[in-house]
Design a protein around this ligand. Structure first.
Ligand code: ZN
Ligand code: ZN
Length: 168
């Protein structure tokens, strides 16, 4: 989905996204959908909107795969790469939207979409907030079964140690 920058009309572009793509390590299982607007302000390109996609993740507690919808708000300003050169006028402003650079007269919107999806993967990958995970001793999936391992063992030993310390 290449955009020719000099072809962007003054009023900007409104783009409906519906693209099946692969985004690096994120396993997408639906097309990426959403709406993005592309505006040209002087030499800058401002891309805003929201995209969503379903993806498959691995729960960090029970290691099972699960699907979730990721919703990515997009707000990126693209500056021409020339501004980065020493004689360029570009300065990073704190309150700015995400900043990126473009070179030449073409701009690949799909690259931006992929990048935004990868950046917005949730930090905590859990099949559910209540996931009990896997017993670290016997490997039982505690969401399905209980096991007889005593997981408080370490704690109680610590308690004894604390008791000893208290007595000193
Ligand atoms: Zn889980
Ligand atoms: Zn166990």
């Amino acid at each position: 989905m290449k955009i020719v920058i000099s072809d962007i009309p003054d009023e900007g572009l409104e783009l409906e996204i519906d693209e099946a793509l692969s985004a690096g390590t994120v396993k997408l299982i639906s097309p990426v959908k959403g709406n993005l607007s592309v505006k040209k302000v002087g030499q800058e390109l401002i891309i805003q909107g929201e995209i969503t996609a379903k993806a498959e993740f691995e729960c960090s507690r029970c290691l099972k795969s699960y699907t979730d919808e990721i919703c990515v708000p997009v707000g990126v300003t693209y500056h021409p790469l020339e501004e980065l050169k020493p004689e360029g006028k570009y300065e990073v402003k704190e309150d700015e939207l995400d900043t990126d650079f473009y070179a030449g007269d073409e701009f690949d919107l799909l690259e931006l979409i992929k990048e935004q999806i990868v950046l917005n993967v949730p930090m905590k990958l859990l099949c559910s907030e209540a996931c009990k995970g896997i017993c670290p001793k016997c490997g039982t999936d505690l969401n399905i079964n209980k096991c007889n391992c005593s997981l408080t063992e370490v704690d109680s030993r610590l308690e004894i140690l604390k008791d000893l310390l208290r007595r000193e």
